[in-house]
Ligand binder design. Structure first.
Ligand code: ZN
Length: 399
């Protein structure tokens, strides 16, 4: 445990900027020091990684993900959890927030139990930070690919039961205009759980009120969300406009280059900014897999979707049904399609989600004392090495 991991010869992405000639020294799962290159002499037992001039960045944090590698978190098995965590580790993710879909209470409670066991057994995958419940409190008009059979309004006797059943819930996505949603938002805020506006048909004013109640984040901006509408000649702003009006509201975007076209990616960056916009994959089970037919949601109750053109679609192709993105692709898309500077694109996948999840005291930055979650990649964001808590969990040269 006292052996060190020393990363040398990299272009190190520090909070203050990119620096060459600075080593990253890790010990006991933490970043111990950031000395000038060569100043620390390796001792027997130390491991040295030569970054070979590639970027050394904080590990990617995916705050909204459902699956990958052929698995969905709703499959309800430890193997599925570990398979997803290991799949995304190959693409630079060191920490993720497993996300549930609307389903039966039985499925949900099983997922809570499986999460605990999987986190215990996870050795080679991205860290499982906590659970994100996406639904079942959604607007029927904005349910997207979520199964409408399970939609409901928040009732304290139900959500209190779920909150008591799992201490691991760290995020909950709900439509704030539903009856009971304000109380839910207050309860989540009281418990320190991130309340997020999602799958919503709310008016701007309703989201403004929800923000006051504790909803401080917006789930996959632009997707399954109301915008400007006209009702009897009068024009109304929607949830989308609230995201821009409220300075304190943070957002996340599925930056796979398909869900949002270039101008919208640029619009979000320009008006919300890299400090308040996180990138998330929202990936379903086909992430890291070939095109074809897959199930969205659990193996038992999932719905059939088609994966083609780098995205999952409903069989009639009327809507996207989740992404097949990986974190490296999101960063690459922001740089190559949206023209965002590398450091901003990386920040949106590291420091920003860490701050939104309130774990920025230990994650999301290369800083002394922070967790040794690191990723090494080249100019085109091809991942070379992924390091979680000081352990190499993926290396392109095989390990
Ligand atoms: Zn989702």
């Amino acid at each position: 445990m006292n052996n060190r991991l020393i990363i040398t010869n990299g272009r190190t992405m520090l909070p203050s900027g990119i620096e060459t000639g600075r080593d990253v020294v890790c010990r006991g799962g933490r970043i111990e020091a950031l000395p000038a290159a060569g100043r620390i002499v390796p001792e027997p037992g130390d491991r040295v990684i030569d970054a070979a001039g590639n970027y050394v960045a904080p590990g990617f944090i995916d705050m909204h993900v459902h699956g990958g590698g052929g698995h969905d978190f709703m499959d309800g098995t430890v193997e599925a959890f570990l398979g997803i965590a290991e799949t995304h580790a190959r693409y630079g993710t060191t920490a993720m927030v497993p996300t549930t879909l609307t389903g039966t209470e039985e499925e949900l409670l099983n997922t809570f139990a499986v999460f605990r066991e999987a986190r215990e057994r996870n050795r080679r995958g991205a860290q499982l930070l906590g659970l994100h419940l996406e639904g079942p409190y959604f607007s029927a008009r904005q349910c997207g690919a979520q199964d409408p059979r399970y939609l409901q309004s928040p009732k304290p006797e139900v959500y209190e039961r779920w909150l008591e059943a799992s201490p691991d819930i760290i995020r909950w996505s709900a439509a704030p205009e539903l009856e009971g949603a304000t109380e839910l938002g207050r309860e989540l805020a009281r418990r320190g759980i991130l309340a997020s506006v999602a799958h919503t048909d709310a008016l701007c004013e309703e989201v403004e009120a929800a923000f006051e109640a504790g909803y401080t984040h917006m789930t996959h901006l632009y997707s399954a969300m109301s915008t400007v509408s006209r009702r009897n000649a009068y024009r109304y702003a929607g949830a989308l406009e609230a995201a821009y009006l409220l300075d304190g509201m943070t957002v996340e975007i599925i930056a796979d280059g398909v869900h949002l076209p270039r101008p919208l990616l640029q619009f979000v960056c320009k008006f919300k900014g890299a400090d308040r916009t996180a990138l998330c994959t929202d990936a379903m089970r086909a992430a890291g897999m070939p095109d074809g037919e897959y199930l969205l949601g659990s193996l038992a109750n999932g719905q059939r979707v088609i994966v083609e053109d780098g995205v999952a679609k409903l069989p009639d192709r009327s809507a996207f049904a989740g992404s097949v993105a990986t974190a490296d692709r999101l960063v690459r898309t922001m740089i190559e399609l949206a023209g965002v500077p590398l450091s901003d694109a990386v920040r949106m996948m590291t420091a920003t989600p860490a701050r939104i999840l309130r774990i920025d005291d230990r994650k999301g930055a290369i800083r002394e004392g922070c967790d040794a979650d690191l990723v090494i990649f080249d100019q085109t964001i091809r991942i070379k090495t992924t390091i979680s808590l000081g352990h190499v969990i993926y290396d392109i040269d095989g390990e």
